[in-house]
Design a protein around this ligand. Structure first.
Ligand code: AGP
Length: 607
């Protein structure tokens, strides 16, 4: 996902822009650029890593000036190269823009502008904004008025940063369907795609909403609504520590974030257990009034939903459908006012999930979202939001955010079952007590990570891996498989164990690596029979089970991992940790770019 930074103040802008962009590298990108105003607009861009741009500009020294914008690009339209990188200049060189999102009608706008004699330099959709601004400014004379004309002409998603050589004391920002925030300093102000880019300079931020425009000057910020009327906005204070967005001595953010899971889980669980009861402070919604639940998400957040389906249906006896956000939008979903839509998203900015939320709302559903990033778009457009408090997650492959999302959904299932009276008091208390023990049990698993690293050293050369499991173990296997795929680039599939014999078992041959998940104790015997089934065809089996079943399973497999015993609904919360570590250590052995896997972005704000 692209990253935007902007600065206006009394300090040199270029070094601050480069530093801000370095804090956005985790979002994934393939080129970068900055533009500084100093009488005229000076633009420098570089393909590849941000270091290339820093070297090209001597860490910004070659671009003097106190007003500037910067961008890391994750290519959508046009190859990753210097020409297609942002910032884009208008043909007359008077306006520079950076853009995150997609201008869906860019081709017709490009044709219109080329017919007016405008010459484009790039293949991108974003450049039409710069060129259209130039044309509109010939009519309006000011950037602000021209910007409103442009925003009424473009369709699609945008977060925009804009500066002009003719207006050296102001920077403009606008957003629709892509995050953009304003940072307030002393005699200086910032814009950024997310807080990690500016938290070193200010903790006082405002999140722009769709359709809003900001005029950002050294002495202050004026925000306008879609009609151009000045509005006042709520300020947010960023309270997490700067170190939380740094590696803290770990080789990779991913390992750091796995090791942070006990603390992250404490933040997600502890405030929601009081005197033996699950509590969601401030929740207005009456959860017990819904006839069905639809969980909508993407990727790992979808896998959390798969675990939630098993738990909510079993504990609460209410039908739960889990659907990929990208499918939900186009399947004419059956939604009514008795449907509760649970939207799960770490970033709170995933475009597919955001669009699905709006579609569910339009069809009458109430929206309860489970989100990590405070103040994110999905959080702000939900009827209720439960924050996971995982803290900033930098690695593209989610770990602590996935686990805290699941912890929240598990607590929600217990809470809803209590409201509906579908579990008795003894079960309720047992589940709550078990949930309170989870952080400590995760620490125990992490303390045994050398064993997982050893198995990774045995298995990192496989070119395909099967994860098999039933019920909660199947849902868990989906996440274990994705983790392995996305950071080690090993092809992997997750299969419901009972389904193997209906086709896929034809792929099992001598030496095939099968990760057999057997933590769901009611189906342990079935898990064992599936292990025997694949062993009979020569598979190499790495099994994961609970401490109480470890000895039994160990007799049948080539390698064994175990997790502490806990209540059934909470097993995946523990089971995912060895799978996250296994994926990490395999990718480490393979020398992969673990925090920034190829082709991936931390938050996917494009279709
Ligand atoms: C998870 O490791 C991936 N990075 C990806 O599947 C992610 O879970 C998905 O893009 C959804 O992101 P979100 O939770 O921020 O909406």
């Amino acid at each position: 996902m692209c990253g935007i930074v902007g600065y206006i103040g009394n300090r040199q802008a270029a070094p601050l822009l480069l530093e801000g962009l370095s804090r956005l590298e985790y979002r994934g990108y393939d080129s970068a650029g900055i533009c500084v105003a100093n009488g005229e607009l000076h633009v420098e861009k570089a393909k590849g890593r941000l270091q290339n741009l820093a070297e090209k500009t001597q860490n910004g020294a070659l671009l003097p000036g106190t007003l500037g914008i910067g961008h890391t690009r994750w290519a959508t339209h046009g190859q990753p190269n210097d020409v297609n990188s942002h910032p884009h200049l208008s043909e007359n060189g008077k306006v520079a823009i950076v853009h995150n999102g997609i201008i869906e009608n860019y081709l017709e706008l490009r044709e219109y502008l080329e017919a007016k004699g405008i010459r484009f330099t790039s293949e991108t959709d974003s450049e039409v904004v710069a060129q259209l601004l130039e044309v509109c400014m010939q009519e309006t004379g000011t950037v602000m008025d021209a910007l409103y004309m442009v925003l009424h002409r473009i369709s699609g998603a945008y977060a925009l940063g804009i500066i002009s050589a003719d207006e050296p004391d102001v920077m403009y920002a606008a957003r629709k369907d892509a995050p953009l925030l304003i940072g307030f300093g002393a005699g200086e102000n910032f814009i950024a795609s997310d807080v990690t880019a500016l938290v070193r300079h200010t903790r006082d931020v405002v999140y722009l909403e769709d359709g809003e425009v900001a005029a950002v000057s050294r002495g202050g910020v004026q925000i306008y609504n879609a009609m151009g009327q000045p509005i006042e906005k709520e300020h947010h204070h960023i309270d997490w520590e700067i170190s939380a967005a740094e590696k803290g001595g770990y080789e990779h953010f991913m390992l750091k974030e796995i090791m942070e899971e006990p603390e992250a889980l404490r933040r997600a669980i502890s405030p929601r257990i009081r005197e033996g009861r699950v509590v969601f402070d401030g929740m207005q919604m009456d959860l017990s009034g819904y006839a069905r639940i639809m969980i909508i998400a993407c990727g790992s957040s979808y896998h959390v939903g798969m675990v939630g389906k098993y738990n909510i249906e079993k504990l609460c006896r209410i039908p739960v459908e889990v659907i990929l956000a990208s499918e939900f939008r186009y399947c004419d979903p059956i939604i009514d006012e008795k449907t509760l839509a649970v939207v799960i998203s770490q970033s709170g900015e995933t475009l597919d999930t955001m669009a699905a939320l709006r579609e569910a709302k339009r069809r009458g559903a109430k929206i309860l979202s489970i989100v990590n990033v405070v103040g994110s778009s999905i959080a702000r457009e939900s009827d209720e939001v439960i924050y996971t408090y995982a803290g900033p997650e930098i690695a593209v492959a989610t770990t602590k955010a996935y686990s805290t999302q699941m912890a929240v959904l598990d607590l929600l299932a217990i809470h809803l079952a209590g409201l509906r009276g579908t579990i008795d008091e003894a079960q309720y208390r047992s589940f709550v007590d078990a949930a309170a023990r989870i952080p400590e049990q995760v620490s125990e698993i992490l303390n045994d990570r050398d064993r997982i690293q050893y198995y990774a050293s045995l298995y990192f050369n496989h070119d395909s891996v099967f994860f098999i499991g039933r019920n909660l173990d199947y849902a868990l296997g989906l996440e274990g498989s994705l983790k392995l795929k996305e950071i080690s680039y090993i092809h992997s599939e997750a299969y419901a164990s009972g389904e193997l014999k209906h086709g896929t078992i034809s792929l099992i041959e001598p030496g095939t690596l099968v990760v057999a998940l057997g933590t769901y104790t009611p189906l342990f015997e079935k898990a064992m029979s599936n292990v025997i089934e694949v062993k009979a065809r020569g598979a190499n089996v790495l099994a994961l089970t609970t401490a109480s079943n470890c000895a039994e399973m160990e007799k049948r497999v080539d390698a064994i991992l175990s997790i502490p015993d806990t209540e059934l609904p909470l097993l995946p919360l523990l089971g995912v940790v060895p799978l996250q570590l296994f994926a990490y250590y395999v990718a480490l052995q393979r020398g992969c770019d673990i925090d920034k896997p190829r082709n991936l972005a931390k938050s996917v704000t494009v279709e």
